[in-house]
Design a protein. Sequence first.
Length: 256
Amino acid sequence: MRVRVMTMKQIAPTLILPKALQGLVSAITRAQSLEELSSVFQKIPETCNMSNVVYYFAGSGEKLLNPDGFTCTTYPREWQERYYNKNYLLIDPVVQRGLHNGLPFEWRDLKIEKGTPGYSLLMEGLDYSLGHAALSIPLLGIDGSRGLFAITSNDPHKFEGLARVSCVRDYQMLANYVHEAYLRITAFQTRGTMALSGEERACLKLAAEGLLGHEIARKLKLSDPVVRLCLRVARHKLGAATTEMAILNANQFGVI
């Protein structure tokens, strides 16, 4: 039996430098508001050598395709205004495909008949320098919410061959971080701060002072599992993905 060996040229390359990707992920997970998230979002094209990037929160359940839903994009302002003034969201073939198919897809793979509104929309978009190639990544949150992330490039061959595999791998991870950050921020804004118990507040305060879990346990005379539980519950109540973010939220709202 012959064993096929994958050469270095056949291995999908990493398109986003690890340090750059780590920096973006760190900034996204630390964003405390939609303004901060949008600010980080604007840095993606230059950092990742792309033309444009788009994130659209479609909603959850049957409440999808909200024209007023949160959208973050680097598209030209003129195109953004035309897109929403013309209510193109309802006829956009990219959005329709993204909400009915969970797999990443390149826009050129869409089978759209000439003369249809969707075809005219895509042709019109070319006049606004959106990019000559585009890749969309559908998103599904743990709560059933849906979103759509897209990247575009002026290089028409950007998403061909192994490069496409790399793009899907790298940007799918980045897209999920953006989606989770949006859900976290909006949930926190809607729910607000929830009261922390005395133990949860004490654990978080000591964590803010730089103490590790076992040090907190020893100082408060609690078991390690209880300390871990307190910190996990505190993160949930404060709408934070990490203990560091929980500390930032707690300080911001005067909880500790």
